[in-house]
Design a protein around this ligand. Structure first.
Ligand SMILES: NC(=O)c1ccc[n+]([C@@H]2O[C@H](COP(=O)([O-])OP(=O)(O)OC[C@H]3O[C@@H](n4cnc5c(N)ncnc54)[C@H](OP(=O)(O)O)[C@@H]3O)[C@@H](O)[C@H]2O)c1
Length: 300
């Protein structure tokens, strides 16, 4: 397959380029940054330099690559987890306008299939209770892809990933660093059930969805079990050999980092059963405890 990967230089983009190339696919990775060309070429990809918000430049880049498959992995989040609603505005814009531009470019280039990487915690939120801009942008991104599929313009597939963790994931690196400085507390009464996914498992599901997913399907790409932030933090402490984390009252993170606090309080036990049944996918790391333990063993 000839794959155009928007977001090819990102957290999932880089291991996904590696996996696609290893599976024998031809890959064009999109970036805005000419200096990343060498790194992406070293992974075996061709490189397209364009801004997804520049409709004409993007259409030119996609047409030149002449892809059979387009994968959308664009976000513009700060490298450390977003803390306030304002930190996610650029990503909202990208999810609405960037999706429209990429979808139009893919259809104009006669690509057969369009796979979009979505974000389970926002996609799965109940519109009646969560009506903020971030959730609306994710809903727009997914519905644009599914509407184009219903119109017979392209075969859209939605992959709702849990929160990424694992080697090379900036939020995991930040967590480990904070833990080593004893600046990572656990929150009193934490009953969160976070949908998570090891980055390697997100990559393997995406490669399988390239041709294995029926058009218009939506999959939850998550671990076998959700985990609370408290479970994640105590696992990191144990694996890193750090002292047990301090406990803080729930109002403190809500005051300091409201967006992050809301994300961490999510109770969303999603199911990966459909992805397992239809894609033949099995997560290599069924729980975050197994995934983190392997990451620390490997680093050691
Ligand atoms: N991180 C998570 O925990 C997480 C969890 C669930 C789902 N996801 C989903 O996974 C996907 C990718 O996330 P990620 O964590 O890999 O993101 P990331 O590491 O922040 O990478 C973002 C990518 O988007 C590109 N990009 C940003 N703005 C662009 C623009 N205007 N034009 C062209 N390219 C642009 C960046 O390229 P350059 O900077 O090189 O131009 C980079 O390749 C998204 O669909 C996201 O919703 C992420």
């Amino acid at each position: 397959m000839n794959v155009f990967l928007a977001g090819g230089s990102g957290t999932i983009g880089i291991p996904l380029v590696r996996a696609l190339v290893a599976a024998g696919h031809q890959v064009t990775a999109l970036t805005r940054v000419p200096a990343k060309r060498e790194m992406l070429e070293a992974l075996g990809a061709s490189v397209a330099v364009a801004d997804a918000l520049d409709r004409d430049a993007l259409a030119g880049a996609v047409a030149a690559a002449n892809p059979t498959h387009v994968i959308h992995q664009l976000t513009a989040l700060p490298k450390q987890a977003p803390r306030r609603a304002i930190d996610i505005e650029a990503t909202n814009h990208l999810r609405i306008d960037g999706t429209r531009n990429l979808l139009q470019a893919a259809i104009a280039a006669h690509a057969r299939r369009f796979i979009v990487g979505s974000f389970a915690p926002l996609a799965g939120s109940n519109p009646a209770t969560v009506s903020d801009a971030a959730a609306a942008a994710v809903r727009s991104m997914e519905s644009q892809v599914l509407a184009a599929t219903q119109q017979g313009l392209i075969e859209g597939v939605v992959l709702r990933y849990g929160m990424f963790y694992g080697p090379g994931v900036p939020s995991t690196a930040a967590l480990v660093q904070l833990m080593r400085k004893r600046r990572l507390p656990i929150v009193h009464g934490d009953r969160g059930q976070l949908p998570l996914i090891h980055i390697d498992d997100a990559v393997s599901a995406t490669v399988l969805a390239l041709d294995g997913a029926p058009p218009a399907s939506t999959y939850e790409i998550v671990d076998d079990h959700p985990a609370s932030m408290t479970e994640i933090v105590t696992t990191v402490a144990k694996c890193a050999g750090s002292a047990p984390p301090r406990r803080v009252p729930a109002w403190l993170p809500r005051l300091v980092a409201p967006y992050l606090a809301r994300m961490m309080a999510i109770r969303m036990p999603l199911s990966n059963a459909r992805a397992k049944a239809e894609l033949g996918w099995e997560p290599k790391y069924p729980t975050v405890q197994q995934g983190l333990a392997q990451m620390f063993r490997h680093a050691a």
